[in-house]
Write a protein that binds this ligand. Structure first.
Ligand SMILES: *Cc1c(COP(=O)(O)O)cnc(C)c1O
Length: 380
């Protein structure tokens, strides 16, 4: 069943919520007895945080991670009160009261943040929930090891209800890197000083390292969205995203005709060109013009000329006459051209492609469970 959120038509981002839920189930099985939390920052990696969180909650997920307070606020209407939302980027100055009011769990990343959270707890006469992030070597976010050690000797528990202690790996996507074990060893030294507090080190990459990286709670993002870390078995995760765009004009051109800005491509033979209504403003990198293609059924249709803001050109000379018409849709990301292939082609990572997809696509959510099909009206 397909639910339409916004009425745009030139391109469709199709999100398979069944595949998402299936990936959650696979990751949960792999990680057990550790729990699988879901990272839904950046609008669930561009896929739409609200429907993604709804689907994951229905699949049993109880712990969500955002980067910002504003992202947590966006989820208020959908997140069940039994769930927790951890804000990874920490506690911004002046945001403490809003964070506390909604029961969010800020990752406290510095002594100053801890002090501000503690001061609010004292002022409100209650304990406030928090996670503690420790920098085990990545130099990005979290307490230094020295600060964490010093803190463990103080009475943090009096005012702060410590729910989680976490750190992040710099090289989890590469199982061969010795630094993964080094960071874990540092983190475990700190964990020992906070007995009984659930610990978390694993993102998607580390969920596929040895089980001694799982600890109590994993924080999975990209694997839920169908991008398999290095050590995943083929088929272990299902792809979640498909991106199709509409052919908005077709033309036949003569030898010597230029195509697109700068006439970077000039026809060396008569060609049939289709203009597709998707461009770099929609997350299709201009670098994709060099080697990229769109697909129609099993036909590969090479990009020609530069990518514009709102359109790109493809060579459809090889297609049988009349097979693809104006109004038809071609595949940019999907079974013929996985997200990973597009990322490779433009020299980036699938994360950047997903989070850069932009707002203009019609987002369609596919879900076959009967309960959803029954919720009449919104489903067609
Ligand atoms: C983004 C993020 C994650 C999720 O990483 P994936 O590689 O997408 O699984 C986990 N933890 C932290 C701290 C993050 O910033």
């Amino acid at each position: 069943m397909v639910r339409s959120i916004c009425p745009a038509t030139a391109s469709r981002l199709i999100v398979d919520l069944d595949a998402l839920s299936g990936n959650y189930a696979s990751l949960s099985r792999k990680l057990a007895p550790a729990a699988c939390g879901a990272v839904v920052k950046a609008n669930a990696y561009g896929l739409g945080a609200v429907p993604v969180v709804e689907a994951l909650q229905a699949a049993g997920c109880r712990l969500f991670f955002t980067a910002h307070l504003a992202e947590a606020l966006d989820l208020m209407s959908v997140v069940d009160p039994t769930c927790e939302i951890v804000i990874l980027n920490g506690l911004d100055p002046d945001c403490e009261p809003v964070c506390a009011e909604h029961g969010f769990v800020p990752a406290l990343n510095s002594m100053a943040q801890i002090e501000r959270w503690r001061a609010l707890a004292i002022a409100q006469g209650r304990r406030l929930p928090a996670a503690l992030q420790v920098d085990s070597g990545m130099s990005r976010l979290g307490l230094t090891l020295d600060d964490a050690q010093a803190l463990s000797a103080t009475a943090i528990g009096d005012n702060i209800d410590l729910r989680l202690i976490l750190t992040h790996l710099a090289c989890a996507d590469d199982p061969c890197r010795e630094e993964n074990r080094m960071q874990r060893a540092r983190f475990e030294e700190i964990n020992r000083l906070f007995p009984g507090i659930p610990a978390s080190i694993a993102n998607s990459g580390a969920a596929f390292l040895t089980p001694d990286f799982h600890l109590d709670i994993a924080r999975c993002g990209i694997a839920l969205y169908g991008v398999a870390p290095t050590l995943a078995q083929p088929g272990e995760l299902r792809s979640v995203v498909r991106l199709d765009a509409r052919v908005i004009q077709i033309r036949d051109i003569e030898v010597g005709t230029g195509i697109g800005y700068g006439f970077d491509h000039v026809a060396r033979c008569p060609m049939r060109i289709a203009t597709v209504g998707i461009g770099y403003a929609d997350g299709i990198s201009r670098r994709f013009a060099q080697s990229g293609a769109a697909w129609y059924q099993k036909h590969r249709l090479p990009l020609v000329g530069r990518i514009s803001m709102d359109s790109l050109a493809i060579d459809i000379s090889g297609l049988p006459d009349g097979l693809l018409r104006e109004g038809g849709f071609v595949e940019l990301i999907g079974p013929n051209q996985p997200l990973e292939a597009m990322a490779d082609a433009v020299g980036t990572i699938p994360y950047e492609i997903l989070t850069g997809l932009g707002r203009r696509h019609e987002r369609l959510y596919v879900q076959n469970h009967r309960s959803e099909r029954q919720s009449a009206g919104a489903w067609s």
